[in-house]
Design a protein around this ligand. Structure first.
Ligand SMILES: Cc1cc2nc3c(=O)[nH]c(=O)nc-3n(C[C@H](O)[C@H](O)[C@H](O)COP(=O)(O)OP(=O)(O)OC[C@H]3O[C@@H](n4cnc5c(N)ncnc54)[C@H](O)[C@@H]3O)c2cc1C
Length: 489
């Protein structure tokens, strides 16, 4: 490897990008085991050698949480894998998760200097490699919390936003309690993203590491019902609250036939499988209805996860119906590629107009209309326009809608003075403060559907703001971030 290390930049540029080792598509559609095995040590070393060690490390600017990417790659070259993962952990407490699910192609890898003329450094694969290496070799050492502070902070919702906020505050020494409505922790990482992209063992280990920081996690606790936010302040003695309850309420198209048996939201479909283990019914209590043909409506990661899951549940034909073209699909390129390899049938420029059922109210088909792309809309993407008279029917037994979601209103409706914005998101300022002093919010609850890393960034920002807020309360002259900053609705 010393030889690789000594290569000139022009020689490094010639090295091809190292790809992950993956399960063959024909095999993996029959199981829920992880598709990608990542890169092994030899490939990781070659890939790390491709890094040009730019002085202005633009990759770090491209990372929403500002990981010092150049430094962690240099530690890989020194074979200090534990040092590399700890370097990542300075900015990101969930490296083995982000190494798997982050859209690096739109972030750090998008701006990688090497990517201007060649393929960018596979930063995400290197992140995953060091995180997995640490795990396999049992190298994790929990950070030492230097100072214990008396103040208590409540974290509502145990998704990536809440978990990150909890980890940051616990490391600052606060007494952190986390409240989660479901019986298991992780949010979308648990109930949304399937095992074949994020093994539960990985999630369990990362959550356990947050527990090891002293975070108390209470599950089956629906905030807004089991206790309200005001009770947290008035009766439970919390000094601040972080809201990270996500956007778990699915949108529906509003077309005829949505009440038929065999129509699911992607949220329900994936929760049944990922959280309730319906794929193992009757060993587990929750059943799932399947058919030989399944249509999933949507073009994002959720749609991809649902359609690939349906294939693994035994559907002969798993169709993805999307109203724009492939270019506009919001799903990660890697997911689309994997889906195609697995035989998912893409029906692009196609929009459902109604779901058809039989006399027993079971789904028998879906009527669709062909579309063409018109002028760009407010999102900048070309607007799909229906082609008159182009309707046709696809016989299917199951329809799954994956067309977005919004926050559940339970906390907003039980917390007086908490301002909300478009589609029920909680309004926040750039420090994640809300309209109520002492209440902070982030992740999908404040953004609508976004990404794991953006939720984590909000959790980190909120932790800093909570610290400032609590410390400022000790001094009568300093105003709170929420009071001093304008709240964006
Ligand atoms: C199927 C799917 C696939 C995705 N794939 C990717 C991907 O590959 N890469 C990526 O970056 N992003 C992906 N995303 C988006 C990403 O998962 C989310 O942006 C992210 O999880 C948001 O994190 P969060 O912490 O804000 O909310 P969530 O992950 O939704 O967690 C919120 C938690 O709060 C709990 N909760 C809700 N209400 C209450 C209450 N009243 N009291 C207590 N607890 C409550 C919920 O049960 C949940 O556990 C995907 C999303 C979905 C749905």
């Amino acid at each position: 490897m010393t030889t690789l290390n000594a290569l000139k930049p022009s020689e490094r540029m010639k090295i091809p990008r190292q790809e992950s080792i993956e399960q063959a598509a024909s095999e993996r559609v029959q199981n829920f085991t992880e598709v990608s095995f990542g890169v092994d040590e030899a490939r990781a070393m070659v890939e790390a050698t491709r890094c040009l060690e730019c002085k202005n490390a633009v990759c770090t600017e491209g990372c929403p949480v500002g990981i010092d990417i150049r430094s962690f790659i240099q530690l890989i070259l020194q074979k200090d894998y534990a040092g590399a993962v700890n370097k990542i952990r300075e900015a990101n407490y969930l490296p083995s998760i982000c190494g798997r699910v982050c859209p690096q192609e739109e972030q750090c890898e998008l701006v990688c200097t090497l990517g201007k003329k060649h393929m960018p450094v596979a930063i995400g694969k290197l992140e995953r490699f060091v995180a997995d290496y640490e795990l396999e070799h049992n190298l994790f050492v929990p950070p030492v919390v230097k100072e214990k502070r008396p103040e208590k902070v409540a974290i509502v919702g145990a998704g990536p936003a809440g978990l990150t906020c909890a980890a940051e505050l616990a490391q600052m020494g606060y007494q952190v309690s986390m409240f989660e409505a479901l019986h298991a922790v992780g949010g979308v990482l648990r109930y949304g993203i399937p095992e074949f992209r994020l093994p539960r063992k990985i999630l369990d280990i990362e959550v356990d590491r947050i527990r090891q920081l002293g975070v108390d996690i209470q599950t089956n606790f629906l905030v807004g019902r089991t206790a309200t936010i005001d009770e947290f302040f008035d009766e439970w003695g919390f000094s601040a609250v972080f809201l990270g309850t996500g956007a778990g309420t699915p949108n529906f198209m509003g077309i005829p036939g949505e009440g038929l048996t065999g129509v699911y939201s992607a949220n329900e479909f994936l929760t049944r499988v990922n959280l309730m283990r319906a794929n193992k019914f009757p060993e587990f209590d929750t059943p799932i209805r399947m058919g030989s043909s399944v249509a999933v409506i949507g073009g994002g990661n959720t749609a991809m996860d649902a359609v690939r899951t349906s294939k693994r549940l035994g559907a002969e034909h798993s169709l993805l119906i999307y109203r724009r073209s492939r270019q506009e699909m919001p799903a990660r390129q890697e997911e689309i590629h994997h889906a195609e390899q697995e035989g998912i049938e893409l029906h692009l420029l196609t929009n459902p107009t109604r779901i058809i059922g039989n006399e027993n109210h079971f789904v028998t088909g879906i009527e669709c209309q062909r579309m063409e792309l018109g002028e760009p809309d407010e999102s900048g993407r070309r607007k799909p326009v229906a082609i008159k008279g182009s309707e046709y029917i696809i016989p299917v037994q199951i329809v799954i809608e994956a067309i977005g979601q919004q926050p559940n209103p339970i906390i907003q409706s039980t917390t007086p003075g908490l301002q909300t914005g478009k589609r029920g998101v909680v309004a926040t300022n750039d420090k994640q403060g809300t309209s109520r002093p002492g209440i902070f919010a982030g992740g999908d609850l404040a953004r609508g559907g976004a990404t794991v890393i953006l939720a984590m960034r909000d959790g980190k920002t909120a932790a800093t703001s909570i610290h400032e807020y609590i410390q400022s309360k000790k001094s009568v002259t300093v105003s709170t971030p929420a009071a001093s900053e304008e709240v964006k609705a």
